[in-house]
Design a protein around this ligand. Structure first.
Ligand code: ARG
Length: 601
């Protein structure tokens, strides 16, 4: 199918057809994977490395034609059997090394695809067999506690994952599984009753204390809890009261949640993150049925003290569905959440994003769901376990005074630094923006820089948080990329102002980009990889593939504008269209990564 935006299946089909002829239609003699990208672009775009395994398989089968003496001969035979119509897709076919067939994609093929999506203004998506319901459980901070850098990672990665799933057409429940339930509320409620006696009484709940106070409040409550046996006891009665629906306790609980929520929202607003809160409390009344189900299936084991546990194959510690005191914990809630997501929301794909230390917990939850029979038709359950964010000293991330860093402050600092550097540009006469625009542009770049610094790497790795590195105008940073895109914007603006050529008009008139120069072809090839990159991302859920793509595109674009003059040359129209295509692609990537784009800097 020449319309397929993915090159891999197209090339696989081409080589498979030829290779099958070489082995007289015996599919068993072909390897599973036929083609892959060339690691070194100098050699070509793609390579087929089937000749070696085919030679071995033919030898083993005893079915070796007399003309074939080596893998190289197999490679030559494959080339000889290529269907001539396929030469519209590949060219420069050669054999390298022991029998690698290397080829490049034809200009005309790249051009025809480019023309197609330029007209629509949206890069082609990888085709998906069907759209389905997804749950992405991300951010998920805890009430009455400060959101920390781990939650920041979860929020940034989760938002990008949601955007990718939505872009290809899936429906996503963007779930904020906030920690809004549990025994800690007993002590918080008791402390509030004692310190702010009016709050629980007033009809409207009274004034909300602010979150900085709430973290201090948490610490103080905890201190009293640890020090006073009497307080501890009353706190526990509050837990029971809250769980059985006591009005005053519920009111105070709700108020505590609202205070936290307001603070979390400040972070989400800055990062353009959308979440739907379905916290731990939501599942409380769904837990007994889950325990019963496991009980009836004979999967519950009563441990010493009376706790109800489920042992999952391959794990030495159990999931605890009910504690010995009858209470429910993290495991209980997550099993109820899993059942709800699978059976009520009918989710085909569930993705939970937390730090790596919870990997074992989710493996057990998913294993238990499988053993109880909740998984029926190929649902996929994933956990993205990300690494630790460290300070520049390589130690735990904290402020100079040793406190946990408030995320709002951290984000504001990135913006502040960006404002300073933009003001410097204005002073140096290099800027294309005025003082009035500084804040908005600094926000886009500052937040974008924080996000990209995280997203550009494999989430499983640890990293050191460094403003200097993430705000560097050179290298693989959001700042560099946003500047690179703005440079293309200004070329297009100049074309309009100085040469009277408007890209929008060119598109309307059906002008097409030609790919004569090697830099033009190379840029078109990099652009073409989009659908493939998205497909990889949909599979492993690592947004860094998109970062790599947008970075490679920007490098190819920078090579193109260095090698090929755009303005005032006979090729101007074609080249402006290539600039425009690059801008569209880069913006598409920024959108997927949750990075705001800027038109002028
Ligand atoms: N609140 C938890 C934390 O701060 C994350 C919750 C993740 N989601 C879940 N379903 N357990 O670590």
């Amino acid at each position: 199918n020449p319309d397929n935006p993915l090159l891999n299946p197209v090339l696989t089909a081409i080589f498979q057809q030829a290779a099958l002829k070489v082995v007289n239609g015996d599919e068993d003699l072909l390897p599973d994977a036929m083609v892959k990208n060339c690691s070194n672009a100098k050699h070509g775009d793609y390579q087929c490395q089937s000749a070696m395994p085919m030679f071995a398989a033919m030898k083993k089968s005893g079915n070796m034609p007399a003309t074939i003496k080596s893998p190289k001969d197999v490679a030559q035979a494959i080339i000889d059997h290529l269907d001539p119509t396929h030469l519209a897709v590949i060219e420069n076919i050669s054999i390298q090394g022991p029998g690698f067939i290397v080829c490049s994609i034809t200009k005309s093929y790249l051009q025809s695809h480019l023309i197609k999506w330029l007209a629509s203004g949206v890069l082609p998506k990888p085709p998906i067999p069907q759209t389905f319901e997804c749950v992405v459980d991300f951010s998920s901070p805890n009430i009455a506690k400060e959101m920390h850098v781990g939650h920041l990672r979860s929020t940034i990665i989760g938002e990008a994952v949601c955007r990718v799933l939505e872009f290809v057409g899936h429906h996503v429940h963007r779930t904020n599984h906030v920690g809004d339930w549990g025994t800690q509320f007993g002590m918080l409620i008791q402390y509030l009753k004692e310190e702010y006696p009016e709050v629980g009484q007033e009809a409207d709940g009274g004034e909300l204390p602010n979150i900085t106070d709430l973290t201090v409040f948490y610490k103080n409550a905890k201190q009293r809890f640890d020090e006073s046996a009497e307080f501890k006891k009353t706190a526990q009665t509050n837990v029971v009261a809250l769980q059985s629906g006591d009005k005053e306790c519920l009111k105070i609980w709700k108020m505590l949640c609202d205070v936290s929520r307001k603070e979390f929202q400040k972070v989400y607003n800055r990062l353009d993150v959308t979440l739907e809160e379905k916290g731990e409390s939501f599942y409380n009344d769904k837990i007994p049925a889950v325990i019963q189900e496991f009980d009836q299936a004979g999967l519950v084991k009563i441990e010493e003290g009376g706790a109800k546990c489920v042992f999952v194959t391959g794990h030495s510690i159990p999931l605890m569905l009910q504690k010995s005191d009858g209470g429910y914990g993290y495991d209980s809630t997550d099993m109820a959440a899993l059942k709800y997501r699978l059976q009520t929301l009918k989710a085909q794909r569930i993705i939970v994003i937390t730090d790596f230390s919870q990997g074992g917990h989710f493996e057990m939850c998913y294993g238990a769901a499988d053993e109880i029979g909740w998984l029926t038709s190929g649902q996929r359950l994933d956990h993205i376990g990300f690494g630790t964010v460290m300070g520049e000293d390589g130690k735990r991330f904290k402020t100079r005074s040793g406190d946990t860093v408030r995320l709002v402050d951290l984000l504001d600092e990135a913006v502040k630094r960006m404002e300073d550097s933009l003001r410097q540009r204005i002073t140096d006469g290099k800027a294309n923006i005025t003082e009035a625009e500084v804040h908005e542009v600094a926000e886009a770049i500052g937040y974008g820089a924080v996000k990209y610094f995280d997203l550009r790497r494999n989430p499983t790795t640890n990293y050191k948080f460094s403003y200097d590195q993430m705000l560097d105008t050179k290298g693989n940073t959001a700042v560099y990329l946003l500047y690179a895109r703005v440079r293309l914007e200004s070329i297009c603006a100049k074309a309009k102002a100085d040469h009277g050529v408007d890209v929008e008009e060119l598109l309307k008139a059906g002008e097409v980009p030609v790919l004569e120069h090697p830099s033009e072809r190379n840029l078109a090839k990099e652009l073409h990889l989009f659908a493939e990159v998205l497909e990889t991302t949909l599979d492993d859920l690592f947004p860094y593939h998109i970062c790599e793509y947008v970075y490679n595109v920007s490098i190819a674009a920078s090579d193109f504008v260095t090698q090929c003059k755009v303005l005032g040359v006979p090729e101007m129209k074609s080249r402006l269209l290539l600039c425009h295509a690059t801008m569209v692609a880069m913006r598409q990537c920024f959108d997927l990564l949750g990075i705001r784009h800027v038109k002028r800097i």
